[in-house]
Design a protein around this ligand. Structure first.
Ligand code: ADP
Ligand code: ZN
Length: 736
């Protein structure tokens, strides 16, 4: 990390005290500012600068690019006392902006925090007993003195908690000279992890995997795909790679897809390394985040576990990035800056000369292809740890053996549930759809309840008595009479959501202790408590959405019923088969994690589909072979590139007209680019939050610079005016 001092570097140029600053707002390039006398900045310095009437955060990006007269420039307001951003992190910002077509200022905004993050930790006030006694002793004062006899320094809040006196008693004792207030640095945000604290004895397969991972040296770039079935012990293996990284004196970050998984994960980390890692996720307060940011920047945090945005923390010397459940679409951010954290992790590691471990039981087709091609090391773990076995999977053909009218659980699955419950085994019923029913209509007039602002049905959430739009969150109380024809009690639910399955389960298995888990019910803390209760065996029947599908270890669970295995297949999404394969593997993988072989049943209308066949035969290779071949034939990722453009406006004609204008202006590309343009067409969800959405999709050869092409196209194309908006999504993951 060379931080060139610009003042020296720039001697003899336009002027020694002008620098370019990237501000963290929606701008395309850095602006020039004067460095006032007495201020020392270098490339990477975090500063505050005036921008129009505002003060904004920014980073000194380098030498000035434009030749603006010295006297027309503004001064940098202040330079924060935080270590400069590393070249590597700044290069990452530039790279992401270029690739995703986001404005670099907006990418930088995801790296910086509020100004509180850039200072020192605030000292904390503590109190000590001076030995002086008050003239008048009260029982409250006596209690404080008793507690403080130990000679330690106490924080006010702790003292109040311990003695039960009011804060004013303590303040009074300070005035009397009985207590003395002083300031001390706060304790470190985390203790350093110890790579040798409690390593597990690895089994042979794990040892072999670790050896392969170690073929990449700790100070070299390299990517490994840790491809192992659920329960094969991948976590323990990548923990050893984390330990190697810590021993080499570099930082490690582990990205998780789901905040609900963080808690157990932190615990496992602590067991292994004797200290908690730094945490980074949406459940933290801004103050906690600011403190974590500056602790990382100052090299006080060696390991971080967090959500995708933890990738952008200012590690001084990042050595390892682990992406757990790398196939998970939660790593793709889809607002403001459209980036995929997995892909950006590879970019950052390349810039930082660091290693990447992509861990998954169901690798993305992209990563799997990179491994097949030898770009990534392919580390396979195909046995389950200890005596746990892979589940036995059966498809239930809903055309032949479907449930009775008004029920959703097929007779065959119901029989299995009865027999599992008899044997005191846990059962999971899985349906990836929140609410009671996806559609409500009036029996009398046929009116279908729709969101006023989106082209989406309102989902019946019966437990809460509301109809809700899953696109914009719009909610209405469920009406007693049809709002169209006024008929009374005429609304009927169509199709099942998880709440409806719970209702059926209550009716058919009244004896079973049941729990329902869905992301809209109760928040993180409640979910965490439920997970612990399930693991303890407090429930017989678990009814859940994808919240339960991921990562949890439920030792007593032995039977999984997937109520609608086809749910992911219906859309015009080129990754539909892959996503379905992944979720089905994850959820069926919950069964039989210790000892007995678990069983899983898939209710499907297409048992002959390649995904269902691969599931039933337990043949993941067959799935990847089939899927890779299909993608190659269609020129889809990873064999080709996609870019999606969503053009939206409050008027349909405006959006469509602009999209058509763009399509007409699409620049010609050379033949070898294999460029294809689809659309414009109304998006599958044609309206969201009152905005009409029109899509264009561009497909190109893998070698073609599609980002550069789209940038050129948009620059040359019709101007974006009024409330029009053009959103670009390179490598789109969703197609709604
Ligand atoms: P995966 O991440 O591949 O799904 P885990 O790493 O969660 O698998 O391991 C599955 C279970 O096996 C966990 O409960 C874990 O603690 C246990 N386990 C894995 N490896 C070992 C080991 N070497 N020694 C003891 N327990 C292990
Ligand atoms: Zn809506």
């Amino acid at each position: 990390m060379t931080q060139t001092i610009l003042r020296k570097h720039l001697m003899g140029r336009i002027s020694a005290d002008i620098v370019s600053v990237m501000v963290s707002v929606a701008v395309d390039k850095p602006y020039s500012y004067r460095v006032p006398d007495g201020m020392d900045v270098c490339r990477g310095s975090v500063v505050q600068v005036p921008l129009g009437p505002r003060k904004v955060m920014g980073v000194v990006w380098g030498e000035p690019k434009d030749q603006v007269a010295h006297n027309r420039l503004k001064d940098i307001d202040l330079a924060f006392d935080t270590p400069p951003l590393t070249d590597e992190l700044m290069a990452l910002v530039d790279w992401i902006a270029k690739y995703t077509l986001a404005q670099p200022g907006m990418v930088l905004r995801g790296v910086l925090r509020s100004p509180e993050a850039f200072g020192e930790d605030k000292p904390i006030a503590v109190f000590r007993f001076t030995g002086e006694l008050p003239d008048r002793m009260t029982s409250a004062r006596q209690r404080v003195i008793d507690v403080m006899q130990d000679g330690f320094a106490w924080q006010k809040r702790a003292l109040v908690g311990e003695t039960g006196v009011s804060p004013s008693v303590i303040e009074g004792m300070v005035k009397l000279g009985v207590l003395e207030q002083s300031f001390v640095p706060p304790p470190p945000i985390v203790q350093p992890p110890n790579p040798d604290h409690a390593p597990l004895q690895l089994n042979d397969e794990q040892k072999a995997a670790l050896e392969l991972l170690r073929e990449h040296k700790p100070d070299e770039f390299g990517v490994s795909l840790l491809d192992g079935v659920t329960g094969s012990g991948k976590t323990e293996v990548f923990f050893e790679a984390v330990a190697d990284c810590l021993r080499a004196g570099r930082q490690a970050v582990i990205l998780l897809p789901e905040i609900a998984l963080t808690h157990t994960f932190l615990k496992r980390f602590e067991d292994r390394f004797g200290a908690r890692p730094g945490e980074w996720h949406s459940d933290m307060t801004p103050v906690q985040r600011a403190r974590m940011w500056r602790s990382v920047a100052r090299g006080k945090v060696q390991a971080v576990v967090g959500a995708r945005s933890a990738l952008f923390l200012p590690y001084p010397d990042l050595g390892l990035i682990v992406i757990d459940e790398e196939h998970d679409t939660a790593f793709k951010q889809a607002d403001r800056v459209n980036y995929h954290a997995r892909d950006m992790a590879v970019v950052r590691a390349h810039l930082a000369k660091a290693r990447v471990i992509l861990s998954s039981a169901t690798p993305s087709v992209e990563s799997r292809n990179n491994a097949d091609q030898g770009r990534y090391a392919h580390v396979k773990m195909l046995g389950r740890f200890a005596d746990a076995k892979m589940p036995d999977i059966t498809a239930i053909d809903m055309k032949e053996d479907g449930p009775e009218k008004g029920e959703w659980i097929a007779p065959k699955l119901a029989r299995e549930i009865f027999s599992a419950l008899d044997k005191k085994e846990q059962v999971l019923l899985f349906l990836n759809r929140r609410g009671y029913a996806p559609l409500t209509l009036c029996r009398d007039c046929g009116y279908q309840y729709q969101c006023p602002d989106c082209s989406a049905w309102l989902v019946d959430h019966r437990f809460r008595g509301v109809l809700q739009c899953h696109h914009c969150g719009h909610e209405v109380q469920k009406p007693k009479t049809c709002k169209e024809c006024g008929a009374e009690d005429s609304l009927i639910p169509i199709g099942p959501g998880i709440e409806r399955i719970a209702e059926e389960a209550a009716r058919r298995f009244p004896e079973a202790r049941r729990v329902i888990l869905s992301s809209d019910m109760g928040g993180i803390v409640a979910a965490r408590e439920r997970f612990e209760e399930i693991a303890r065996g407090d429930y017989d029947l678990i009814i859940g959405t994808q919240l339960v599908a991921k990562g949890h270890h439920f030792p007593k669970l032995n039977l999984v019923g997937v109520l609608d295995a086809d749910l992911g297949l219906a859309h015009g999404d080129p990754r539909a088969a892959e996503k379905t394969f992944q979720i089905l593997t994850q959820v069926t993988g919950r069964a039989g994690r210790t000892g007995k072989a678990g069983r899983a049943f898939l209710q499907t209308y297409v048992p002959e589909h390649a995904v269902m066949q691969a599931m039933v035969c337990g043949d993941r290779e067959a799935f990847y072979t089939h899927e890779l071949r299909a993608r190659e034939a269609a020129g889809l990722p990873p064999f080709g590139r996609l870019a999606a453009l969503i053009i939206s406006a409050t008027e349909h004609d405006v959006a469509f007209g602009h999209a058509r204008g763009l399509a007409v202006m699409a620049p010609k590309a050379p033949d070898e680019a294999k460029l294809k343009l689809f659309g414009p067409a109304d998006a599958p969800v044609a309206m969201v939050r009152g905005r009409h959405r029109v899509r264009l999709l561009v497909q190109a050869d893998k070698q073609f610079d599609l980002s550069g092409y789209v940038r050129y196209w948009l620059n040359e194309g019709p101007k974006v005016t009024g409330n029009l908006r053009v959103q670009v999504d390179i490598d789109p993951m969703s197609f709604y």
